[in-house]
Design a protein around this ligand. Structure first.
Ligand SMILES: Nc1ncnc2c1ncn2[C@@H]1O[C@H](COP(=O)(O)OP(=O)(O)OP(=O)(O)O)[C@@H](O)[C@H]1O
Ligand SMILES: [Mg+2]
Length: 455
């Protein structure tokens, strides 16, 4: 869902406003209230809400008048009307005038939550679709790197900065953290974006072949070299060459690469004439290169040369806030691909994936979500649709928060959450319900406060 959507509740009855405000806040929305149509008009201008939910029967300006007035200026703003059971006619009138939906009073809380959630989720789907269109058009911008946790926001800023320089880049991160994605984003955001982006996986090809792939060869320089062939450095001229799994490069190729970095020239296999190359190098590895340098497997001079601008990608477990966002992104992608209605995760499934260990990081999450999508019956994905291994994994180890001494609001919250958890025997879904927060918020707080069952 969009981050904290903003809802405006309009009702001349104060108690109704209060009730709706409390109920919707609990759902994670940002809520404002207005007790007249006039007040609502100015709040809409000030706060630019995502959705308005308004009573129809109000003195002076009716909900219908408010609707008409609002739609003139904010055509895409969602508008839901509330009406007494007896006056369904006015609801029909509202729909004709552009309301998205209506609810009859007295209503069930679940009903109203459902109506709102559906409307706002459609918004997310629309923006996902835009992203997918970009993807199909081959645009690999940073927007495609999903995540809005603090680490990711900082990462994206860093990548933009780095992209605008012209020096070599080293991308470091565990398998599946998105190194490939970041390499392409660097290209899109760099001044070389209209020039080629050429990628090669250094781990997948034998040494001699790799050398000829990179630098090209002269006819007859080895068995099978029937004619002169350009290498990838030439193909990437003026653009970017992405060397994936650079840790697998042999020492002799490391030397040759260093030479290109230092002199911007190289010599094709079997040739003695150096060739100029204007290529920006982006390298990536999931190995610990520093360790490889110490062990003599990787040349220190090349390492320092590449490591001028390092980009460290966080493991998924270091940005659990993004797990649901990523999962929903993959679900939208799957629905788009299979041309079917979107599927959602139920609350327990969400809690499960937030807490799971993800050694394979985003790639593993994507594969797991794809599997669950295919296995699930109906439109809601449940914990049974996930592999047993995931279901039995314990939340990742977390270090306890430092004891600050003075009882702050936070320390009281921490103690209270711990108490509720012990009361529910650490059933987190139940505890979240009692605390009036959603499960993902509870997980975040458990992690933040370093709460553990055995404490
Ligand atoms: N932040 C992200 N947002 C969306 N998709 C992501 C993100 N990070 C990774 N992915 C997806 O996860 C998969 C793995 O990402 P990628 O290939 O970039 O990882 P990697 O770090 O290069 O892994 P490896 O070291 O195994 O090569 C891809 O399908 C990629 O699109
Ligand atoms: Mg990769």
């Amino acid at each position: 869902m969009t981050k904290n959507p903003r809802i405006l509740v309009v009702d001349d009855e104060e108690s109704m406003c209060n009730f709706m405000e409390i109920m919707l806040r609990k759902e994670g929305y940002t809520v404002s209230t207005a007790q007249s149509g006039k007040a609502a008009v100015s709040l809409i201008e000030q706060e630019n809400p995502d959705l308005v939910i308004s009573d129809i029967m109000m003195p002076e300006m009716s909900g219908i008048d408010l609707l008409v007035e609002t739609k003139k200026r904010h055509e895409n703003l969602h508008f839901v009307v509330m009406t007494a059971f007896a006056s369904v006619d006015s609801a029909v009138d509202a729909l004709k005038r552009g309301a998205d939906d209506y609810i009859t009073k007295p209503f069930k809380v679940d009903e109203i939550k459902h109506v709102i959630k559906n409307l706002l989720e459609n918004d997310q789907l629309r923006s996902e679709n835009q992203k997918l269109k970009d993807e199909l058009a081959g645009r690999f911008t940073l927007d495609k790197f999903i995540g809005n946790s603090e680490v990711v926001v900082r990462l994206k800023e860093l990548v933009k900065q780095i992209a605008s320089s012209d020096s070599a880049v080293l991308i470091l991160g565990e398998s599946g953290t998105g190194k490939d994605l970041i390499a392409r984003a660097i290209h899109s955001h760099s001044r070389r974006c209209d020039q080629p982006f050429v990628a090669i996986n250094c781990g997948a090809i034998p040494e001699l072949l790799l050398e000829s792939e990179l630098f090209g060869h002269k006819k007859g320089s080895f068995t099978g070299a029937f004619k002169d062939k350009d290498g990838l450095f030439q193909a990437a001229d003026k653009g970017i060459l992405f060397l994936d799994e650079i840790g697998n490069l042999t020492i002799s190729l490391q030397v040759k690469l260093l030479r290109v970095l230092e002199s911007q020239e190289f010599t094709p296999v079997g040739s003695t004439v150096p060739v100029k190359a204007d290529v920006r190098l982006v390298a990536a590895t999931n190995a610990d290169l520093e360790q490889d340098v110490k062990a003599g497997r990787f040349r220190a001079d090349l390492y320092y040369r590449l490591n001028v601008l390092p980009v460290n990608l966080p493991a998924l477990g270091q940005r659990r806030d993004d797990i649901i966002l990523l999962a929903n992104h993959f679900l939208a992608k799957l629905a788009f691909k299979h041309n079917c209605a979107p599927k959602t995760l139920d609350e327990d499934a969400e809690s499960l994936i937030i807490a799971a260990d993800w050694p394979g990081n985003v790639r593993e999450l994507e594969n797991t979500i794809t599997r669950a999508f295919l296995l699930s019956k109906g439109s809601v994905i449940k914990t049974v649709d996930f592999p047993e291994k995931l279901r039995s994994s314990e939340p990742a180890e977390i270090s306890p928060a430092p004891d600050t001494g003075n009882p702050t609001l936070e320390s009281i919250e921490k103690a209270y959450i711990f108490w509720v958890l012990s009361q529910t025997n650490w059933q987190k879904t139940k505890a979240a319900k009692l605390l009036g927060i959603d499960a993902s918020t509870l997980y975040r707080k458990i992690e933040r406060y370093g709460l553990k069952k055995e404490d």
